[in-house]
Design a protein around this ligand. Structure first.
Ligand SMILES: C[S@@+](CC[C@H](N)C(=O)[O-])C[C@H]1O[C@@H](n2cnc3c(N)ncnc32)[C@H](O)[C@@H]1O
Length: 272
């Protein structure tokens, strides 16, 4: 069977690049990766997108910087951001490199796309492929969205946030959003629905909206990822949860009235 085409249309890729360039949080995520580089001479970024991590790692003094993305449009953006990087159009489960090529592999915000849109079992294949191209002792750093679980929270929405929520409920295709409105106008809804809503508002009206409406930002929890990594003999050596949802809620005029804030991202390091 031939490999599927890239997930993003040209317009969607351009919209995501604009988002990545403007996203303040990306700088914090890049810092988390730089803090963990250690002694690294060869670095591969899988799903490198517009190349922000490549540029930062290059500026940090790493000798060989390589980016892979399935989207040629995204690679054009990466080339503009980091002209010194070697760039390849490839899918993560079939990397065009010999065994034991890299000290470190980064997978930032790409594992959920592989898991949600790839073939069944593709994520496991990707972990195997990453292990193959890492040198002995090499490390995989992954960052992605974290599942906050089904617990319900109560929120109060500004008028604008309420209109955005109604739009989301009508247009979200990944699952049916269930909320319960109280007499005082507050809403009960699951953490998952709130996380998907608030982290997708940025895409409304852009060329990324269609894709965002077909996927979830709550795909992974620690135990499942850790057991998939164990299956390929790739143990987790660090797990970090970060980016409190409370910051997104404040930014979008949403008040959490019952239930606690949670971290909406994880970072893990696995060592071969
Ligand atoms: C959400 S973006 C993240 C970009 C960048 N890593 C960041 O964190 O800013 C995901 C990227 O992974 C790429 N991608 C998705 N599935 C892929 C696959 N199976 N193999 C290679 N690249 C993939 C997409 O084209 C996109 O550029």
């Amino acid at each position: 069977m031939s490999a599927p085409g890239p997930l993003y249309s040209k317009e969607a890729a351009e919209a995501l690049t604009q988002r990545e360039r403007a996203n303040q949080r990306l700088q914090e995520r890049i810092r988390l990766v730089l803090d963990r580089l250690g002694k690294c001479e060869s670095f591969l970024d899988i799903g490198c997108g517009s190349g922000q991590y490549l540029q930062a790692v290059m500026a940090h003094g790493v000798k060989r910087i390589v980016g892979v993305d399935e989207s040629p449009v995204r690679l054009d953006d990466a080339r503009r951001t980091c002209p010194q990087a070697e760039l390849y159009a490839a899918r993560a489960n079939d990397l065009p490199f010999p065994d034991q090529s890299f000290d470190m592999v980064l997978a930032a915000q790409v594992l959920h796309e592989i898991y949600l849109f790839g073939q069944p079992g593709e994520l496991l294949q990707v972990f195997q492929e990453i292990k193959r191209v890492l040198k002995p002792g090499g490390r995989l750093i992954a960052l992605d969205h974290l599942d906050p679980g089904p617990e319900r929270v109560r929120v109060c929405l500004s008028t604008q946030a309420r209109a955005q929520f109604d739009y989301f409920v009508k247009n979200y295709k990944f699952r049916t959003v269930i909320s319960e409105e109280q007499a005082d106008g507050m809403l009960w809804l699951s953490r998952r629905d709130l996380q998907d809503f608030v982290t997708k508002i940025w895409s409304f009206g852009t060329a990324m909206e269609d894709l965002e409406m077909r996927e979830t930002h709550c795909p992974f929890e620690r135990s499942r990822l850790s057991s998939e990594l164990q299956q390929v003999g790739f143990p987790l050596i660090e797990w970090l949860e970060f980016e409190p949802i409370a910051e997104d809620l404040i930014e979008h005029g949403i008040k959490l009235c019952a239930g606690r804030s949670w971290a909406r991202k994880f970072l893990f390091v696995a060592q071969f």
